[in-house]
Design a protein around this ligand. Structure first.
Ligand code: AGP
Length: 592
């Protein structure tokens, strides 16, 4: 979604805001802007395009303000244009505001405001908030905000400044993330933690229904009734380096190569028994997994493992579907919500709805202090570190590590299975060491317009994930499909122009997948396969064969996904596309 930042302190705010915005750009990059508070005036500059357009516009201007707010936008309401870019003001230079989220009742609010003579200049929902604050201001910014909040419906995080109140920012969180950063004689606001890392590691992640009243000398937290709340700060373990590119051309490439280490880190957290959950999975009649995108694909793999090692039925749903379905959920069910960011609205709301119906909610998240981690009965963390690339890679394999550890946690063969799991990081290294060969294969397909990805059993969700990676960063259409389903229709798509990526490790369905490859070849399809080293069948049948080391059947997804991540990366990079910030996308979608 969008990224919002705020700074008040002793340094020139514009530099702090721009650096923080650059670290939030992966959340959305249609436009950006800043509002600076100086000498009782509010200076606003905003530009369409990436942050660099804003930097160019601000360059050389004498901007000494020590308080300000900033925004990078992923458009929801209103087109991508300067008028709709944030910050939005009251039009009289008294207030400026930046917002992430959606005000669902903004049309009624806009009509009300216009009826009160307000000049509403943009197409956004955000502008309604700043005008309401202006109308309700009676000398105290926090009080004006408190009056306005009951009028707003939807999910939002916003920060507002006033020309009448120097060195003060009021930030509000309700459904979209917002984190306070604590410094010495200076304090910060940001949509998420990586934006704060250059300045402080001491943070207070706000919870829904909380307000931060920020000055250089201190931060006060209130609830929506205006009651003061005592909140503990946390010290973030992530270091700045882990959020930098580390010499890689893109964050995504760095994160692909970080996987062996972060998967090993994640496994370490679960092979001892000190994370034990206070219940047995067998206590439940059923497990329902809810997630989106890549996290959904991890859930599909988790289903196979949980049903195999725990022996209870598992249902995996797209979160956006589950929430509005009539799926009976309640007492006796365990809901597992998987979300890298812990802020995805679809996942949160579907999980909370299930919890309200009596299910136990366990979440698997990567970001400490995220909404989902606080709203769940139990949280298992991946230890992937910050994932900056919009396309999820390392957080996917870390989700697998948590899901596998969870599935085997009470299995009689646990020790042996853990020993198998502990071999995975080195085997992942081995696959990644073949990156150059994978790049060569990938570039043969960079001009294609359509690809099919096929797999069976544990390789079916891997095929879905491989297709998603290609789609979201190269904009080439790719479809993942269960290989056994091809003969029921999609095989009509196969001809000599259709490359088909087949994920074919030697597992329980290996013979079946070979038959599916033969079916593709019989229609002159082009086969690119991923399989175990030395597999003569695949070598013979495939135009391109990407080899991975042998591994136990149940662990193949950790290895088979890697060539597909690299395949997508090298094609997108070759096409000169913006791998870390693909068009139309945002890293975290905090709206439904
Ligand atoms: C995957 O590469 C995408 N970035 C997207 O599908 C993502 O997995 C999805 O939006 C869910 O995000 P979450 O894990 O933070 O909930």
């Amino acid at each position: 979604m969008c990224g919002i930042v705020g700074y008040t302190g002793k340094r020139r705010a514009v530099f702090i805001l721009l650096e923080a915005l650059e670290r939030l750009e992966y959340r959305g990059y249609d436009s950006s802007g800043v509002a600076l508070l100086e000498g009782g005036q509010i200076f606003v500059d905003k530009k369409v395009g990436k942050i660099r357009e804003l930097i160019k516009s601000l360059w050389g201007k004498e901007l000494n303000a020590t308080t300000g707010i900033g925004h990078t936008r992923w458009a929801t309401h209103g087109g991508v244009c300067e008028l709709n870019a944030h910050p939005h003001t009251d039009g009289e230079g008294r207030f400026a505001l930046v917002h992430n989220g959606i005000i669902e009742n903004y049309r009624e609010l806009k009509e009300y405001l216009i009826s009160r003579g307000v000049k509403y200049v943009s197409e956004t929902d955000t502008e309604a908030i700043v005008h309401l604050i202006s109308l309700n201001y009676e000398g105290d910014l926090l009080k004006a905000v408190l009056k306005v909040l009951p009028m707003l419906k939807g999910a939002y995080a916003f920060a507002v400044i006033s020309s009448m109140e120097p060195n003060r920012i009021v930030g509000v969180r309700y459904g979209s993330p917002l984190v306070v950063g604590l410094g010495e004689g200076e304090n910060f606001l940001a949509s998420d933690i990586p934006a704060l890392l250059p300045f402080t590691k001491k943070v207070i992640p706000l919870e829904d229904g909380e307000i931060a009243d920020i000055t250089p000398d201190g931060v006060s937290i209130y609830d929506f009734e205006g009651n003061l709340k005592v909140k503990e700060s946390i010290t973030v373990q992530w270091d700045l380096l882990s959020a930098e590119k580390g010499g890689f051309k893109h964050f995504m490439l760095k994160e692909i190569f970080e996987q062996p280490r972060v998967v090993a880190d994640t496994i370490k957290g679960y092979i001892s028994r000190d994370y034990e959950l206070p219940f047995s999975l067998k206590d439940f009649r059923r497990i329902v997994i809810t997630a989106c995108g890549t996290s959904y694909h991890a859930g599909l793999i988790g289903k196979y493992w949980l049903e195999r090692f725990v022996g209870i039925p598992v249902e995996v749903s797209y979160a956006s579907e589950l929430r509005y379905s009539d799926t009976p959920i309640g007492e006796g069910d365990l809901v597992i919500a998987i979300s890298q960011s812990g802020e995805t609205a679809d996942t949160r709301f579907s999980a909370l709805s299930a919890k309200e119906k009596g299910a136990v909610l366990l979440s698997i998240v990567n970001v400490m202090g995220s909404a989902l981690s606080r709203e769940s009965d139990y949280t298992l963390y991946t230890h992937a570190g910050p994932e900056i690339g919009v396309a999820a890679t390392k957080t996917f394999t870390c989700q697998l590590a948590v899901l596998f550890s969870l599935a085997i946690s009470a299995h009689p063969e646990r020790e042996n299975l853990i020993n198998q799991l502990l071999k995975v990081p080195n085997l992942m290294e081995e696959v990644l060491s073949k990156a150059e060969g994978i790049k060569e294969v990938a570039l043969n397909y960079s001009q294609r317009k359509n690809l099919l990805y096929l797999g069976r059993y544990l390789s079916y969700p891997v095929a879905l994930e491989g297709a998603l990676k290609l789609k979201e960063i190269s904009y080439i259409h790719a479809e993942g499909y269960p290989a056994g389903e091809m003969k029921h229709g999609p095989i009509a798509l196969i001809d000599q122009h259709m490359p088909v990526v087949v994920v074919a490790p030697r597992d329980r369905v290996y013979e079946k997948i070979l038959s599916n490859i033969e079916e593709v070849l019989a229609r002159k399809g082009i086969v690119i396969s991923v399989g175990f080293e030395g597999d003569e069948n695949l070598k013979k049948l495939s135009k391109d064969f990407i080899e991975i080391p042998q591994v136990a059947e149940e662990l193949t997804p950790f290895l088979t996904v890697l060539p597909l991540q690299l395949f997508a990366y090298y094609i997108a990079d070759y096409l000169g596309l913006d791998v870390d910030q693909p068009r139309n996308l945002a890293k975290t979608v905090t709206v439904e």
